[in-house]
Ligand binder design. Structure first.
Ligand code: WTA
Length: 655
């Protein structure tokens, strides 16, 4: 199995129409209805978004300008006052949803917990008061480094409730990576747990926090709140560390939601780019609330009776937008799962679907490829009749995996929404609406209404259909990132000037290559920059290279992605060693371990190749294109005339 290639998608002609029964009851029922919405939004985007903001959300005070666009800086619903925690909680309490399950949590090993909207509201209010007691004020940043437990969502919503800015750091990141993020965002408080379950082992989260904060290296952090989860021994630093349950028990449940300005910062989430350290993607309140709300409603075709499950981790944008904010804003029942398939329990995902009668299931292509490997007897042995809609996100899905998902999990009756989007876009941008848009395996199909997606060359001219080009977006949308935290210039350079603006017209550069077919369907090919996508996790080659060269044995490192059947891409590192250091297998392992320590297990190189020298141009630039071909075992094609020393290539090829 492989990633889609131009050849494979050119030959992909299968078309799957939404089942009539599905369309009949869908939020958006036909291609005509989609087209009408799309045209309406295109003709007057501001009126389109304003109408939705008015009908779908609660505002304490209405905005006076829909969009203030000073490219590349956008403000949506200017002077509107809103609180996303109010929209996710309070407004449901006066309806029958008060006692509806908001979060269904399935934990490891065998734990579970359900929180109704009323219960979740109470917990969030209490924790919001805890934050206030610990000195957290509106605008302060709070780090969240948690396992997949309800307290992660509670902490996020509590921050939102009082106007504190959360910055969730994925629990798989190392202490070093955590420290970098806490320092950059100047977090005042950290919420964590003693440990978290990852497959069958305990991740010592609190211990990592201790390491990250050691020697006052994140000087803004004054307090750490610790959830008791795995009950292993940890040390609590007096004055700094507090148990969640102690504080929560004493906190009042009365905490009105703070009316926030529509453009107040809601969260910062770090993501990898092609250059430098990870950047803090900034999302604000009103636009993000609207965009995640309406995309969840239409793309997942939410009904009040649905049980909805997105398998992402809250440490990533998918967890933010489609486990917490989008579903809860809609008053949905959102499943949160701490586990993952593993040798000791390969069928666990299907058990969760059967146990809770999950109707909507949203996961990643890398997970689907793993399910295929584990065999269809596992899902076949469970009752999956409750499923009515499937989704994928995170990387291109190969048509074979799509077909398996359709046949084995969807029993050929569930539409599949292949959703393209990014941390930066806040919510889904290109996707079928399941009751309306016929699907083709491997294509994310059409833009969401209000999104003007384009495929262009580097001058911003429309790319010829047969050749493909760069995925770009024309007009601002409410869910878009507002800036890079602390670095507006980087925001401008990275996303808005990569394709030079023409006549004041700015194009958002997504960093993905894509192609449009004769039906206007988008086929996303993958990153065109130095970002690699390993099992749906986004990593910058530069970060991994910096981690490698921080080891004393390493002189120089170049990291590339190599196609991988399961993970989509695998990390291959080419390393040259310092003069007096000998290459060995032990050293390879040590370097892999070193990267894990610096970044986290998701960045562990699959392969390390020692080399005497790296192929460089005469101006000293590493020729990654050649390394990519070498890693993939392909013939080196294209121009190599700029290579400084051709023998380097020969030597590398000989291995
Ligand atoms: C890739 C995850 C093809 C893409 C929500 C993008 C996809 C990056 C798809 C963003 C898809 C995401 N088809 N590629 N349906 N969804 N991608 O920021 O390369 O973690 O730029 O956001 O994932 O990754 P991020």
């Amino acid at each position: 199995m492989s990633q889609p290639t131009i050849e494979s998608i050119l030959h992909e002609e299968r078309l799957f129409h939404p089942p009539a029964e599905f369309s009949q009851h869908a939020q958006i029922k036909s291609l005509e209805q989609y087209q009408q919405l799309y045209d309406k939004a295109k003709a007057d985007p501001q009126a389109f978004w304003a109408e939705l903001a008015d009908t779908e959300l609660h505002w304490f005070q209405k905005w006076d300008t829909v969009l203030d666009w000073q490219p590349p800086f956008a403000k949506w619903f200017v002077n509107g006052k809103i609180n996303i925690s109010y929209n996710c909680l309070d407004r449901h309490l006066t309806t029958w949803r008060r006692n509806k399950a908001a979060l269904i949590w399935e934990g490891e090993p065998g734990d579970s917990r359900t929180l109704t909207y009323a219960q979740l509201h109470r917990e969030v209010c209490q924790f919001a008061n805890v934050l206030k007691q610990l000195g957290v004020e509106k605008g302060d940043r709070v780090g969240i480094y948690m396992p997949m437990i309800p307290e992660a969502a509670i902490a996020m919503l509590a921050c939102a409730r009082i106007g504190a800015v959360h910055s969730v750091v994925f629990g798989g990141f190392s202490a070093e990576a955590l420290r970098d993020r806490l320092v950059d965002v100047q977090a005042k408080l950290v919420v964590t747990a003693d440990g978290g379950w990852r497959k069958d082992v305990i991740v010592p989260l609190k211990e990592q926090v201790d390491k990250a904060l050691a020697g006052n290296s994140a000087p803004n952090v004054e307090n750490v709140v610790v959830v008791r989860r795995t009950e292993q021994k940890i040390t609590m630093e007096s004055g700094r560390d507090h148990w969640w349950h102690d504080l929560q028990a004493k906190a009042s449940a009365d905490c009105p939601a703070e009316p926030m300005d529509s453009e107040d910062m809601l969260f910062v989430l770090y993501t990898s780019g092609s250059t430098g350290k990870p950047k803090g993607v900034v999302h604000t309140t009103g636009g993000y609330n609207l965009y995640t709300h309406i995309t969840t409603k239409w793309i997942f075709d939410l009904k009040d009776t649905d049980v909805y499950w997105c398998t992402a981790d809250v440490g990533w944008i998918t967890g933010h937008s489609y486990i917490v904010y989008g579903p809860l804003s809609n008053g949905a029942t959102s499943v949160m799962y701490e586990g993952a398939p593993r040798a000791s329990n390969p069928g666990c995902m299907w058990d969760v679907i059967e146990k809770y009668g999950v109707n909507i299931f949203y996961t990643a292509p890398t997970a689907i490829r793993a399910f295929i490997k584990m065999g269809e007897q596992l899902p076949n042995a469970r009752n999956l009749d409750s499923l009515r809609l499937l989704g994928t996100v995170g990387e291109p899905i190969n048509p074979e995996a799509w077909m398996w998902y359709h046949r084995v999990i969807g029993k050929e009756r569930c539409p599949i929404v292949d959703t393209w989007w990014q941390t930066e876009t806040g919510g889904i941008m290109i996707t079928p609406l399941p009751g309306a848009v016929p699907t083709k395996p491997g294509s994310a199909t059409l833009p969401f209404p209000g999104i003007l997606a384009d495929i262009v060359d580097l001058e911003g001219n429309p790319a010829p259909a047969s050749e493909g080009g760069y995925l770009a977006v024309q007009h601002p949308w409410p869910g878009m990132m507002r800036t890079v935290y602390g670095d507006p210039d980087r925001f401008r350079r990275t996303y808005w000037e990569h394709i030079p603006p023409k006549d004041g017209q700015y194009l958002y550069f997504a960093g993905d290559g894509a192609r449009c077919d004769q039906d206007g369907y988008f086929w996303v090919m993958g990153r065109v920059d130095d970002v690699i996508n390993v099992a749906g996790h986004r990593l910058g080659t530069m970060e991994i290279e910096s981690a490698l060269v921080s080891h004393s044995a390493v002189a120089e490192a170049a990291v590339v992605g190599k196609p991988d059947d399961l993970k989509g891409e695998e990390i291959v590192a080419f390393v040259t060693l310092e003069n007096n250091i000998a290459a060995s297998d032990e050293l390879k392992n040590e370097l892999k371990k070193h990267v894990v320590q610096e970044i986290g297990a998701i960045a562990r190189p699959g392969e390390i190749k020692f080399a005497d020298a790296l192929p460089k141009t005469r101006s000293g630039k590493i020729m990654r294109r050649l390394l990519r071909s070498l890693a993939a075992g392909e013939e080196i094609s294209g121009d190599t005339s700029t290579l400084e020393d051709r023998s380097v290539l020969e030597k590398l090829r000989e291995g």
